[in-house]
Design a binder for this molecule. Structure first.
Ligand code: DAH
Length: 339
């Protein structure tokens, strides 16, 4: 026989007490108590021992086994306790240290302007709806009285995906979508991103935002349009703001107009913001063209409506007196956090 039982016990007990990690303890357990472990080997060699000795040897082996198992458990507990203490020491929080300041997010001026604008219209009973940015020619042009080869298509040249699918050039596309659904009356605004193949400069960008408005009901007149936009301008730019309508042309409205507001900076006297005129153009509008109503399945003899389209960047720039649209898109925190 190799080592005696006592030798095995002594050696193992020493190894256990000097082991530094839980993993090392597991290895010891395997090498002594495991299937091929030293103690197990002794049990297997029982057949070489005289039969009358066997119970005694068996008992001794079991005692040693129990003892070593106990040693291992105790050592394991000790090691775990040590680990925990070390970990707690490492993770002690010194509450007297100064904290790390978290950077706080901030709303973009476009978003602030949009939320202000939505508040005004929601207050007047409008619903906010959104439409897709990738749009069919049919909604962006055709149902809005801009058939194939209409010159207005040139003015709003955009990015085509196929011949019939494009990045929308105007949120007016949502008008056609909503009217076509046939639920009347309609009283909505629809904010969103639009695209045109414009060069970037202080007042242009290939991608910008509009807020569309549409009201369709029985007996809607130009007076409703005028009153609504005047109310909007007063709420958005300040109670002393005046509005005026200038005749204009849009294919999908008749009559059409552009709306100017008195310059919020000089209140109409003329300054650099309004380029000396005292007025600033903010939107296009008009009475929904009877042919547009008809194409969208609404009887123009029974219903009428008005629509308007506000350039979001335009009103944001005006409201916050920003003189270059590019600043809105450059993500310069020093600029953005002023609002
Ligand atoms: N969609 C027009 C544009 O992008 C703006 C507009 C004008 C919208 C008149 C309207 C409207 O709803 O009635 O220039």
């Amino acid at each position: 026989m190799g080592k005696t039982l006592e030798e095995i016990r002594k050696e193992a007990a020493e190894k256990i007490s000097s082991s530094a990690t839980v993993e090392a303890l597991d290895e010891i357990r395997v090498s002594i108590l495991g299937k091929k472990g030293e103690l197990t080997q002794i049990l297997k060699s029982m057949k070489d021992i005289a039969p009358e000795e066997r119970p005694k040897v068996g008992q001794m082996v079991n005692e040693v086994r129990a003892m070593l198992e106990e040693n291992i458990e105790a050592k394991k507990k000790e090691l775990n306790r040590k680990l925990l203490t070390e970990k707690m020491k490492r993770e002690t929080i010194d509450v007297t240290l100064p904290g790390t300041k978290l950077m706080r997010g901030h709303k973009h001026p476009n978003q602030i302007a949009l939320e202000d604008l939505e508040k005004v219209f929601i207050g007047m009973g409008y619903e906010v709806v959104e439409g897709p940015e990738v749009e069919f020619d049919r909604y962006n042009f055709e149902l809005l009285n801009i058939p194939a080869n209409h010159p207005a298509k040139d003015e709003q040249d955009t990015f085509y995906i196929t011949k019939d699918i494009l990045l929308r050039t105007q949120t007016s596309s949502v008008q056609a979508r909503i009217m076509e659904q046939g639920k009347l009356p309609i009283k909505i605004i629809s904010p969103g991103r639009v695209f045109r193949s414009d060069e970037v400069d202080a007042t242009h960008s290939p991608s910008f935002h509009q807020v569309e408005g549409l009201v369709v009901d029985k007996g809607i007149t130009m007076a409703d349009l005028k009153g609504t936009l005047d109310q909007f301008a007063k709420n958005f730019f300040g109670p002393e703001t005046k509005t005026k309508l200038r005749p204009h042309h849009f294919p999908f409205t008749e009559p059409s107009a552009e709306v100017d507001v008195t310059c919020f900076k000089c209140h109409g006297k003329g300054c650099s913001v309004c380029k000396g005129s005292g007025w600033i153009e903010i939107l296009g509008c008009g009475m929904v063209h009877p042919h547009v109503l008809e194409m969208c399945g609404i009887d123009p003899n029974e219903y009428s409506g008005f629509a308007f389209g506000i350039g979001l960047e335009r009103v944001a720039l005006l409201k916050y007196e920003i003189d270059d649209m590019r600043l809105l898109y450059e993500n310069d925190i020093r600029f953005l956090k002023q609002f």
